[in-house]
Design a protein around this ligand. Structure first.
Ligand code: BGC
Length: 729
């Protein structure tokens, strides 16, 4: 059915709707009772239940399962005057039950096809559980590893982040939104939420238009280009206005310049939070500001339901704005096929068939292997021989089936990951496991993780076991719930007792493979200096143990590259590769007055784009042809100089060395992931057009300024072959 048809049907529906019913469509409630049980008997659930029956609820979140969603849908379809179906939303961030790696880990794969497939798996299972709409992808750029939500995004880079935004939207939504295995996606949090000051969640954001246009907005724009159906606004302020009440963002840019025809949902309670921000005087005022600014649906605050009808009657919100919001919401419902069959997604048989489907397990295993980053491998400690003897595995996380699932997994089953040890078991039983001290006492999505900060008992036993080991594998890091929403940290080290354990073991045996599990970049400066092999495994989801074991024993050659810079010290944060130069970038005469720290280098520990392989790659023969300034051709030859096949992410960085507005020292503008057999070479080519050469000026116009450009193609953001060219226009 074409879009035109829907518009006519929406027109007729809008004509039938009362103002209250329209406002009802703009109201999103969280699940408030067990729909398979009796109707609620007490508390404010009773009131919400009545709202449901009156048609005052357009959508619900956090309702899980085909049975629950079906029951609620029946109430609305059968008991409300117009029977407009509900839209069920959920944070399906990296899977429903079968979990893929956390999004930051997936970003480390730089493999867009794999990422799209991972979102497709998530959509398939979520849709089978009655979910129509995921609050993902989070496309916030962030440069601050203290911010716990970096685990949810694609890292620090706008170019990579935009490509991944497109892949995720395509994966969730597929070709046909009305198919029973696709769901509507939601680009969030619009905008600049990832720039929360000091990495503290929900904190003030203060970014200039230059950063907003060039760094923050592009992944959102890319998501609209990929046809994303919904947007979520954000908790933060921008230029003094809470994003939820920001008409410049939502009306001028999103619905104006970008022609977005889906709807904008507020973040949880963010309409009412404009009061605490000091922007709205009360709930009525908040509703007025948000609705006028283009926030179409109110998540959980109830402010729209309570106030919008009155505000329209008083003339403070024009009814045409309400109609526009409802039209957008209904459009998505039509596109999902809900008017054709409101129960299409709530199919108990399909739910049983799709959940934990073996194909999904295979898909997330592939994704998990691709997400692992080999940070260091001195003396080729890795891979281990398959008949390696004398392995001692140390660390609580090795035996953990819950933490590796990562944060943001609202519908998953606890303890459902293949643990590190279970993955090892598939290769060898010839190892000793010593847990060492307890790493965490308790962990859940709703509470802070209780980290062991004092009890060192268990270290001695680990040290004893390590003494005679041929190789020690230490599995250390953060608990999965130490990152995610509201999980900001001021220190981003390996937790203190685990670090003591590592140092104590190091005293007796230096042949250590450090397997890191974490949801953000960590300051592993001592580790990088002393430990010969370090494998970054993030939180890899359901297939964690299998993926890591395949890498450890060489059945998969690691190919991941960091999507976020690893700092040497938390004092360097925010640290990112595409920074500006400053007027004093280098120390020319041994002078103290240049841009630096007295106690630490400026450079990162591991730069953006870094990641090793079990083989080696050599770059040669950089060619730059700028004969056509509208299509500059850059090529490079890459040779696998090692003795096994491997994948390399060939990265192209560009610099506009002087411009009317200063440009970053370099910016990623192209990449290709290639597979090379040992001893073979491949030429990789890039085309640089206006899209890569330009930038947004202060008037939000895209401009290419003629002049010289520097280009670098290499294995990470710091190492590569350099060239330059001139663009005359
Ligand atoms: C988060 C959103 C999320 C929503 C619903 C909020 O607290 O910021 O990203 O989608 O909750 O769970």
């Amino acid at each position: 059915m074409g879009q035109q048809n829907f518009e006519k049907q929406i027109d007729s529906l809008l004509n039938l709707m009362t103002l209250e019913e329209k406002v009802g469509q703009m109201n999103l409630y969280s699940g408030f009772y067990d729909a398979t049980g009796p109707a609620p008997k007490g508390g404010n659930a009773v009131e919400k239940y009545e709202h449901l029956k009156k048609g005052w609820v357009g959508a619900m979140l956090n309702v899980r399962g085909a049975e629950q969603t079906k029951k609620l849908q029946e109430i609305v379809v059968n008991e409300t005057r117009l029977g407009i179906p509900l839209l069920f939303g959920l944070d399906v961030v990296h899977g429903q039950k079968t979990l893929a790696p956390i999004p930051l880990a997936e970003a480390a794969s730089w493999d867009l096809q794999a990422i799209e497939n991972s979102a497709k798996i998530a959509a398939d299972e979520a849709a089978a559980e009655g979910v129509h709409w995921t609050f993902a992808p989070m496309v916030d750029i962030s440069r601050d590893a203290r911010w716990g939500r970096v685990m949810e995004g694609a890292g620090e880079d706008t170019y990579l982040g935009s490509k991944i935004a497109i892949a995720r939207v395509k994966g969730f939504q597929g070709e046909d939104l009305s198919a029973p295995n696709t769901i509507a996606a939601c680009a969030k949090h619009f905008a600049a939420y990832g720039f929360a000051e000091a990495g503290r969640d929900y904190n003030t954001v203060d970014v200039g238009t230059y950063t907003l246009y060039n760094m923050v907005l592009p992944p959102f724009k890319a998501a609209t280009g990929a046809g994303v159906k919904t947007f979520m606004n954000a908790f933060n302020i921008l230029n003094g206005v809470p994003a939820t009440g920001d008409a410049m963002l939502q009306r001028e840019i999103l619905k104006g310049k970008w022609n977005f025809d889906g709807f904008v949902v507020s973040d949880w309670g963010s309409v009412a939070e404009m009061i605490a921000h000091g922007h709205a005087k009360d709930s009525t005022h908040a509703a007025e500001l948000a609705a006028n600014a283009g926030s179409d649906m109110d998540m959980a605050s109830g402010s729209y339901l309570k106030n919008l009808t009155g505000l329209v009657k008083e003339g403070k919100v024009d009814e045409s704005k309400i109609d526009d919001a409802v039209r957008r919401i209904l459009r998505v419902k039509f596109e999902l096929g809900l008017f054709e069959d409101p129960y299409r997604y709530s199919d108990i048989d399909r739910e049983k068939e799709r959940i934990y489907h073996p194909d999904h397990q295979a898909g997330v295993l592939e994704m998990a292997k691709k997400s692992i980053v080999l940070l260091k491998n001195d003396g080729n400690v890795l891979p281990l021989d398959k008949d390696q003897k004398g392995i001692v595995v140390i660390g609580d996380l090795a035996d953990d089936k819950n933490s590796p699932l990562g944060s943001w997994r609202l519908a998953s089953d606890d303890d459902s990951a293949v643990s590190f040890l279970e993955g090892m078991d598939a290769y060898t039983k010839e190892y000793t496991f010593v847990q060492g001290p307890t790493a965490f006492y308790s962990a859940s999505f709703l509470q802070h993780v209780k980290v062991n900060e004092t009890d060192t008992s268990g270290i001695q036993e680990a040290v004893e076991a390590a003494k005679s080991a041929e190789v020690v594998i230490m599995v250390l890091g953060e608990h999965g719930f130490m990152s995610g929403e509201s999980r900001s940290r001021t220190t981003i080290d390996i937790p203190v007792v685990q670090k003591k354990l590592l140092k104590a073991v190091y005293e007796v045996n230096k042949n250590i493979v450090l397997v890191l599990m974490n949801g953000r970049p960590l300051t592993i400066t001592w580790e990088a200096e002393n430990i010969p092999a370090i494998l970054e495994t993030w939180q890899l989801g359901s297939q964690t143990g299998n993926a890591i074991a395949q890498v450890l024993f060489g059945d998969y050659n690691p190919s991941g590259k960091l999507p976020m810079t690893f700092p040497r010290s938390v004092g360097q944060v925010p640290i990112y590769y595409n920074h500006y130069s400053t007027g004093r970038p280098v120390n020319k005469e041994g002078n103290v007055f240049w841009s630096h720290y007295a106690d630490e280098e400026n450079s990162p520990l591991y730069p953006f784009g870094h990641g090793l392989s079990y083989t080696s790659f050599q770059y040669s023969d950089l060619q730059v042809d700028a004969t056509d300034p509208k299509n500059v051709k850059v090529s490079v030859s890459v040779t696998n100089t090692g003795n096994r096949a491997g994948e390399e992410v060939v990265q192209l960085y560009l610099q506009d060395p002087y411009a009317s507005i200063v440009r970053p020292v370099k910016e990623l503008k192209g990449f290709e992931k290639i597979m090379l057999e040992a001893g073979t070479s491949k030429t990789v080519s890039f085309n640089l057009t206006d899209k890569e050469l330009g930038f947004y000026n202060q008037q939000y116009e895209w401009v290419v300024e003629p002049g010289s450009f520097n280009v670098m193609v290499g294995t990470n953001s710091q190492e590569g072959l350099s060239g330059s060219f001139v663009v005359d226009q």
